[in-house]
Design a protein around this ligand. Structure first.
Ligand code: NDP
Ligand code: MG
Ligand code: MG
Length: 331
């Protein structure tokens, strides 16, 4: 069974006296840094001058250039976008990553695919919250936490696990649960989840359902409410109590349609595509493609993003949401 940790398993002294540099102040950087600070830990922020710098300062942090922050810190948590990490590491972090320090990540991409190769005399660990940064922050302020994964890539000090757990406690994760994995497993399952189910799978499913209804002559507004708006209501039920709770809340008609038609929509072809997508993650094809895409300034990323931004479902969606009071503060 996978190893699980809670608050009682943590030795807070493992990082109580250390300086933690959070590099980046975006989704994860801001959420993790604010939680660590409110947990009484000594946090500084590493950035380049700009918007994030000003925000971090205005929220009470000492902010330094990345190299300076890495130099001052005992624990360096890299929370800038995955595709920028290798270059920033090479120029600013690596040169200041002296013996005995701890290098930390929230995703294993750059270690697993060999884009960052740390020296042998530092600990290399991962603390990866299983939720977006604003949820990491919000659940913490509500007295809870989002679950997190920890993983140990290098443990020269013999303390790497203790440090990872104490950090996980600092961001509130041990209030929920912390599971131990390894860099390979976290990287491959995270990429697969976001590609096949969470981001890629769900947007493709919703888009296909919307297009099918609209092409058949139904009103786009009806299609939007049916296949996009209601998705959240169903997912909330699944989140709270699994398929069983969701099915106890829907009509028997809906349940019968779900059980008999769902597997036709996501059938053999989808399973085969999922296997292919997983293989491309496992054999490095996806990583290579994404690294090269960034080297040529992301033409595919940009074109595909724009095409979806201009899709009818987005246009109809923003009109409908503008009419619904519950979205007033979310636009
Ligand atoms: P973001 O895209 O939110 O990071 C943006 C931040 O990085 C900004 O503060 C930006 O500063 C800074 N930044 C970008 N480039 C540089 C640079 N060259 N030098 C200095 N600062 C830079 O990242 P995420 O929070 O989404 O992701 C961070 C890590 O967390 C990744 O490894 C990701 O896989 C992982 N993760 C993310 C999750 C999420 O929900 N987003 C969930 C779990 C893990 P500026 O304003 O100057 O551009
Ligand atoms: Mg991810
Ligand atoms: Mg219905």
């Amino acid at each position: 069974m996978i190893q699980k940790y809670y608050d009682n398993d943590v030795d807070p002294s493992a990082i109580a006296k250390k300086t933690i540099a959070v590099i980046g102040y975006g989704s994860q950087g801001r959420g993790q840094a604010l939680n660590l600070k409110d947990s009484g830990l000594n946090v500084i922020i590493g950035l380049r001058p700009g918007k994030s710098w000003d925000l971090a300062k205005s929220e009470g942090f000492q902010v330094y250039e990345v190299a300076e922050a890495a130099k001052k810190a005992d624990v360096i948590q890299i929370l800038i976008p995955d595709e920028n990490q290798a270059a920033v590491y090479r120029s600013f972090i690596g040169p200041n990553l002296t013996k005995g320090k701890v290098l930390m990540f929230s995703h294993g991409f750059n270690i697993h695919y060999g884009q960052i190769v740390p020296p042998e005399d530092v600990d290399v660990v991962m603390v990866a919250p299983k939720g977006p940064g604003h949820m990491v922050r919000r659940t913490y302020t509500e007295g809870m936490g989002v679950p997190a994964l920890i993983a140990i890539h290098q443990d020269v000090s013999g303390n790497a696990r203790k440090v990872a757990l104490a950090y996980a406690q600092g961001i509130g994760a041990t209030r929920a649960v912390v599971l131990e994995t390894n860099f390979r497993e976290e990287t491959e399952t995270d990429l697969f989840g976001e590609q096949a189910v969470l981001c890629g799978g769900i947007t493709s499913l919703i888009r296909a359902g919307f297009e099918t209804l609209v092409e058949a002559g139904y009103a786009p507004e009806m299609a939007y409410l049916e296949v996009l708006h209601e998705t959240k209501l169903i997912v909330d039920l699944i989140y709270e109590g699994g398929f069983t709770k969701m099915r106890s809340a829907i009509s028997n008609t809906a349940q019968y349609g779900d059980l008999t038609r769902g597997p036709r929509v996501i059938g053999q072809e989808s399973y085969m595509a999922m296997q292919e997508v997983l293989e491309e993650i496992q054999n490095g094809t996806f990583a290579k493609e994404w690294i090269l895409e960034n080297m040529v300034n992301r033409p595919t990323f940009t074109a595909l993003t724009r095409a979806d931004e201009e899709h009818l479902i987005e246009e109809v969606g923003s009109e409908i949401r503008a009419m619904m009071p519950q979205f007033k503060n979310k636009r």
